[in-house]
Design a binder for this molecule. Structure first.
Ligand code: NAD
Ligand code: ZN
Ligand code: ZN
Length: 373
């Protein structure tokens, strides 16, 4: 078996910085694909690994928003070949399970293995550091210029799309867009509130705009985020959920918002009641943000929920189908109807990954992106 060495960003313990160090990568086995990445987005979900909100076996290579060129495929791989351009989807889709076969690829049963820490083809490791097998974030690990992914995570795309932008379709763009369009079912004329303007929220704004929303209110404490929100289609901005209440009341003549999309850094239980206050009768709150895994306490006025016939809906990957929606959204980009270039605020070398995450915490980036050679 051939191995190659490269550098990857590894999390050895929670609440430690990413450690960029040498790793050994094996060739793909049957059902697997070796991809040389052009770039990886820095999503907040990898920060949840660092804080322990997402409980993954450590050590782990982070990153789940990548695109690149297929370098080699293992036996039996039929959906791509060497030289193909691909996006790595953070949700695998087997195409055969109940969910995949009924138009819910984002709920594919393979999702049960996202945090197994071993490769799903044979339950072993393909990457090692310090003589030890490493896990990968959601079966990918795009904080490494080479990824060995299962073919169920690999989506072939047209070669004219710049790969460093296509990378964002592995998570943030589809998740945000789908949070408005699929989970939110935003309709022409709706008033939509997007709470939190990062990589996910900016795309929830774009989705709401494309679905025909009349007013889009973006909420974020950082002024830079509120400025950027308007690039993606926000018509109104404010700094907090508290400020949003009178603003949305005024815009809607007291009716309140048809849809509220929660895309804050962390889903915190105390955010639900003030977010639900922004929702109109029979309207919907979509919760896209990831909470700490053991977050069971939620503020919610139950009287208001039933008497105002409101809904709360969770969503993973924006309730989208990776194999259909990744190419579809890239088509919208090609036609100039979906902004991708504007999502990338700053680019970094892999060795600057901790600076990239500090910039995210400081509200400086819509998306920071690691660019490989
Ligand atoms: N459900 C899914 O499938 C899925 C997929 C990807 C990411 N996520 C989650 O979505 C969330 C957002 O990810 P991101 O990469 O866009 O994060 P980010 O850090 O880039 O952006 C989050 C934004 O929320 C803002 N914010 C924080 N608290 C706020 C509050 N109380 N009110 C208003 N704004 C607030 C921050 O200022 C920041 O601009 C994370 O929790 C991430 O894990 C979920
Ligand atoms: Zn993500
Ligand atoms: Zn499936």
């Amino acid at each position: 078996m051939a191995t190659r060495t490269t550098k990857a960003a590894i999390l050895w313990n929670v609440n430690e910085p990413w450690s960029v160090e040498e790793v050994e990568i094996d060739d793909p086995v049957a059902g697997e694909v070796l991809v040389k990445l052009a770039a990886s987005g820095m999503c907040h979900s990898d920060e949840h690994l660092v804080t322990g909100d997402i409980p993954a076996p450590l050590p782990i290579i982070g990153g789940h928003e990548g695109a690149g060129v297929v370098e080699a495929v293992g036996a039996g791989v039929t959906n791509c070949a060497a030289g193909d351009h691909v996006v790595l989807s953070f949700i695998p889709s087997c195409g055969k399970c109940r969910w995949c076969s009924t138009g819910h690829q984002n709920l594919c049963d393979l999702g049960a293995h996202l945090l197994d820490g071993v490769w799903i083809s044979d339950g072993t490791h393909r990457i090692r550091a310090r003589g030890q097998g490493l896990g990968t974030m959601v079966l990918l690990g795009t904080f490494s210029p080479y990824v060995v992914a299962h073919e169920s995570s690999v989506v072939k795309i047209d070669p004219d799309i710049p790969l460093d932008k296509a990378a964002l379709l592995g998570c943030g763009v589809v998740t945000g867009w789908g949070s408005s369009v699929y989970a939110g079912e935003v309709e022409p004329g709706d008033t939509v509130v997007v709470v939190g303007v990062g990589g996910i929220g900016a795309n929830a704004i774009q989705g709401a705009k494309l679905a025909g929303a009349k007013r889009i209110v973006a909420v974020d404490p950082f002024e830079y985020k509120r400025e950027q929100a308007q690039v993606f289609g926000a018509t109104d901005v404010c700094a907090s959920l508290e400020d949003a209440f009178p603003l949305v009341g005024q815009i809607t003549w007291g009716v309140m918002a048809d849809k509220v999309i929660l895309t804050t850094s962390v889903a915190e239980g105390h955010l639900i009641a003030p977010a639900m206050q922004l929702v109109r009768k029979a309207g919907r709150l979509v919760v896209t943000s990831v909470a700490p895994w053991n977050q069971n306490e939620v503020s919610l006025n139950l009287f208001d929920l039933s008497m105002m016939q409101k809904e709360v809906r969770g969503t993973i990957f924006g309730s989208a189908n990776p194999r259909a929606d990744i190419p579809k959204l890239l088509g919208l980009y090609r036609e100039g109807k979906l902004l991708l270039d504007e999502l990338v605020t700053r680019t970094y070398g892999l060795e600057d990954i901790n600076q990239g995450y500090q910039d995210m915490r400081d509200g400086k980036n819509i998306r920071g992106v690691i660019v490989y050679d």
